[in-house]
Ligand binder design. Structure first.
Ligand SMILES: *Cc1c(COP(=O)(O)O)cnc(C)c1O
Length: 394
């Protein structure tokens, strides 16, 4: 809880959870993982009711955290959310960097400002709050790195135990932040999907609650607030294009879901940004599926990228990601690790920004998209810098 007394937030307007494939409903008041069909569950709300209090101009007096959108988030219970005041990160104009890349309206949503330095905090504040509220005692998470550090911190804040499974070559900063938060990670010889397999086995044996990407319904709810904030920060406008560094796709799916919610809340009309999925050349299952006109993505064997946030060989929410890209008339593009790193330096040199390689991937995609005609120099482009560069000391 924030040390400064903040006014009590309105209650949640959640109605139920829904299977993203069959529409079958599930109870939002009990712990849930995947739907009976084995696909992600998504939360549905009574927007008409929420719109009574959640007006775009009425949030200014609320806490500077993503919990300001309480009506459109699940109810964290009487104890309140498990929060470190995450979200409400700046949306910075980057004109000098934009000029170098060939776009006039470049915006950078700087997610490095979150409590643990990455946007994984958005998902974890909501998922851990709900896990606690619904009675989970021990949590487990497979992670490429940032989600583990974030889960460890929020579990500590909640007084819960968490078991973290991380690739042995994960960033040192992520291993250290887990240890610091009292959750020594188990290092797995393999990739994120291998960690997920081990974590799921252990969860089944020990009765731990799984926080894996899209295996529980609330990390995506935290991530969707990216779109709420961007619309609030642009005074009710939307960007023309969103460039999102995609691993498991929570932000991509979350924001696409959020724009529909924002329309029903009356914050925006039926305009939508084009959602552009950026992946690494050395692990691009969604780009491959998009180009093959497929509805699902197959596992990317032997990923070679060293950029951990983008090294997600298996995408559980593949259908949802591909639908967001296509319905928004977006596209998908893969970039080289070396170009991502060059963009970290360019963003630092032109704007003083602390950009992670994943954020650098979005910047690196811009010249390619301009050349292809998938982006216009006059469009307003929002890039998501998903973590601080400090987590990646070479
Ligand atoms: C996890 C992560 C991503 C990918 O996010 P998804 O929601 O899994 O697509 C991108 N950048 C960073 C820094 C991350 O930690």
């Amino acid at each position: 809880m924030s040390p400064l007394a903040s006014p009590a937030l309105p209650g949640s307007c959640i109605k139920y959870l829904e299977c993203s494939q069959t529409g079958e409903r599930a109870d939002a008041g009990t712990l849930q993982n995947l739907s009976p069909s084995g696909v992600p569950l998504l939360a549905r709300y009574a927007e008409q009711q929420a719109a009574g209090t959640l007006r775009r101009n009425a949030t200014v007096d609320r806490p500077a955290s993503l919990w300001r959108y309480a009506e459109m988030l699940p109810p964290p219970g009487d104890a309140g959310p498990v929060t470190l005041d995450e979200g409400m990160t700046p949306l910075l104009a980057a004109p000098r960097l934009g000029a170098r890349l060939g776009v006039r309206g470049l915006l950078v949503k700087d997610e490095g400002r979150n409590p643990l330095g990455s946007f994984k905090d958005r998902g974890m504040t909501v998922a851990v709050s709900m896990a606690r509220a619904l009675g989970a005692r021990t949590l487990v998470i497979p992670t490429a790195g940032n989600a583990g550090g974030s889960a460890a911190a929020y579990a500590a804040r909640a007084g819960l135990e968490v078991h973290v499974f991380m690739p042995a070559d994960a960033e040192a900063a992520n291993v250290a932040e887990c240890r610091r938060a009292g959750a020594a990670p188990t290092l797995v010889d393999g990739y994120l999907n291998d960690c997920a397999k081990v974590a799921a086995e252990r969860a089944r044996e020990a009765g731990w609650f799984e926080l894996s990407t899209f295996k529980e319904p609330y990390r995506v709810e935290g991530k969707k607030t990216l779109a709420y904030e961007v619309v609030e920060q642009l005074g009710g406008d939307i960007p023309d294009v969103i460039l999102y560094p995609t691993g498991g796709g929570t932000g991509l799916v979350g924001m696409w879901k959020a724009f529909d919610e924002l329309e029903r809340l009356g914050w925006i009309g039926d305009e939508r940004p084009r959602m552009i999925c950026v992946q690494a050349e050395g692990c691009a299952p969604l780009v491959r599926a998009y180009l093959a006109n497929a509805d699902t993505a197959t596992v990317w064997e032997n990923p070679t990228t060293k950029v951990h946030g983008l090294r997600a060989p298996r995408v559980l929410a593949d259908r949802l990601c591909l639908a967001a890209i296509r319905e928004s008339h977006g596209t998908a593009v893969a970039v080289a690790d070396s170009d991502m790193r060059a963009m970290q330096d360019l963003a630092g040199a032109t704007e003083g920004l602390s950009v992670c390689p994943e954020g650098g991937a979005c910047l690196a995609a811009i010249p390619e998209l301009l050349a292809r005609g998938d982006l216009d120099a006059d469009e307003r482009v929002a890039v998501f810098n998903t973590a601080t560069a400090l987590k990646y000391i070479p």
